[in-house]
Design a protein around this ligand. Structure first.
Ligand SMILES: *Cc1c(COP(=O)(O)O)cnc(C)c1O
Length: 468
């Protein structure tokens, strides 16, 4: 398995060479030369596997330059009941026949990003141990990416984490979760700006190839291909848990921001998993819903980005979306270059007039938007009807998922975070605070460790330089 760039400018590389970045030298994103196709016999054999064995089968299709026993060891260290709360790792909760929630948020930060990030931490450590290298991870977060990256990398030898977050824009819980980490290799940098300013700084630093090389800069943002691969596993796991046989189809509803989670679903479907629809849900920041309903991709400016009660989806441009467009164009890198030339100038592109817009149907993606009132209603409805408490992001997914639900097709809604992280909205919905899981009771009272910086790439470079 080799990887190429969505913009055509990278010679094919093995997994280990794209692991630490994900962004290609030509500005595109790493993507497999072709997707592995899973035979009916293989899919049948996978049905009975536990999470770890299934992860090994799937990962070894994408990672063929780590010896099998080593890869098994990495997976065994990552997906444990101690870290993820149960042997199933991603248990399926059935609300009623044909309506399920796939619990992806039982990791250390109570959000689904732990599933990919914990694997990444162990993959990075393994690779760095082999080469004796160091790595400085630079990331941008609007909430969950940052804390899951820090919890995955804390205390890991040879790794430092520099995590940018928009000052004062995350929930108190999310802020406390990150800033309370006292590990010496973790640096929290609060940026005077919004999430996209943080993301732009990461891009600017990554594009300074000299600095990047000298300081061994890597990223864990959702463009990292290994994160997508890790997330493919639970689409298979969820499918097997919700069906009796591989003749059945299911649909997934996915609360979306950077298009990372649903990109993994897209790849699972390309591999042959019987997925009818991938239902993409946005909040008020509806740039992706707009694209899938109109064919116009119009990234928003930072000013247009709304601060909502599902903050991990407050995104103005979707960094993984380029991978989908690459596939949509029939893997036409020149077309991707042309489209992203417009995007990078702050313009929109419009596929509504051409054949590409109709081709979206072949990929099974449908979409819808949610908003604050809808997510509060959904949290209340689900709680009253099923005595199950969901968080605001999962509520956006359920709202849109239910609108697209079809008779005879099981609907699996991705639970991307736990309600405990969003106490304010939960109280608004059901009149009392959610229970805190054990170990999180006094999180906000813990001492915090962070610095505040201007939204300026040079300022951030100087800070990194001082720590290395
Ligand atoms: C990151 C995140 C999302 C959005 O996922 P993408 O992969 O960026 O589309 C949704 N919900 C929660 C809780 C998240 O942390």
């Amino acid at each position: 398995m080799r990887y190429i760039s969505t913009r055509g400018g990278m010679p094919p590389k093995p997994f280990s060479e794209i692991l630490l970045s994900g962004l290609s030298p030509d500005g595109g994103l790493a993507i497999p030369e072709s997707y592995p196709k899973i035979s009916a016999a293989e899919l049948e054999a996978w049905r009975g596997l536990d999470y770890q064995s299934l992860a090994f089968e799937i990962l070894s299709h994408f990672i063929d330059d780590i010896p099998a026993d080593d890869l098994r060891g990495i997976i065994a260290r990552t997906y444990t009941p101690e870290v993820f709360g149960s042997q199933e790792i991603t248990p399926l909760k059935t609300l009623e026949p044909g309506l399920h929630i796939l619990a992806l948020s039982n990791g250390p930060t109570l959000a689904f990003k732990d599933i990919a990030m914990q694997l990444l931490g162990n993959l990075f450590e393994y690779t760095l141990e082999k080469t004796g290298d160091e790595l400085n991870i630079l990331g941008a977060t609007s909430g969950d990416t940052g804390s899951s990256a820090e919890y995955a990398m804390r205390g890991k030898h040879g790794i430092r984490v520099f995590m940018l977050s928009p000052e004062g824009k995350m929930s108190r819980f999310q802020t406390a979760q990150m800033f309370s980490l006292q590990d010496e290799n973790i640096f929290n940098i609060a940026i005077r700006g919004v999430f996209d300013d943080c993301q732009d700084i990461v891009k600017a630093v990554s594009n300074d190839h000299e600095f990047k090389l000298a300081h061994r800069i890597g990223t864990v943002n959702s463009i990292n291909w290994a994160r997508i691969v890790a997330q493919i596993v639970y689409y298979f796991k969820g499918y097997f848990a919700a069906t009796q046989s591989n003749a059945e189809q299911v649909s997934f509803s996915v609360p979306s921001g950077n298009f990372g989670n649903i990109c993994a679903g897209h790849v699972a479907r390309m591999m042959g998993l019987p997925i009818k629809n991938l239902i993409l849900a946005t909040n008020e920041n509806d740039v992706l819903d707009e694209f899938f309903s109109t064919g116009v991709y119009r990234p928003r400016t930072t000013k247009e980005t709304k601060h909502t009660s599902s903050p991990s989806m407050d995104i103005s441009k979707a960094s993984n979306f380029e991978r989908f467009i690459f596939d949509l164009t029939g893997r036409d890198a020149a077309k991707v270059v042309e489209l992203w030339r417009a995007v990078e100038q702050g313009d929109a592109f419009d596929l509504s007039a051409g054949p590409l817009f109709e081709k979206i149907n072949d990929f099974g993606i449908v979409s819808g938007g949610s908003n604050h009132a809808a997510r509060i209603d959904t949290i209340r409805d689900i709680y009253q009807k099923y005595q199950v408490l969901i968080d605001t992001h999962t509520a956006d997914g359920l709202k849109v998922g239910l609108a697209h639900r079809e008779a005879g097709i099981p609907l699996i809604c991705m639970e991307t975070a736990q309600a405990a992280k969003f106490a304010e909205s939960i109280t608004e919905a059901i009149g009392h605070e959610p229970e805190r899981p054990a170990g999180f009771e006094n999180l906000e009272e813990l001492p915090q460790r962070f610095v505040v910086k201007d939204a300026d790439a040079q300022v951030v470079k100087t800070f990194i330089d001082e720590q290395c």
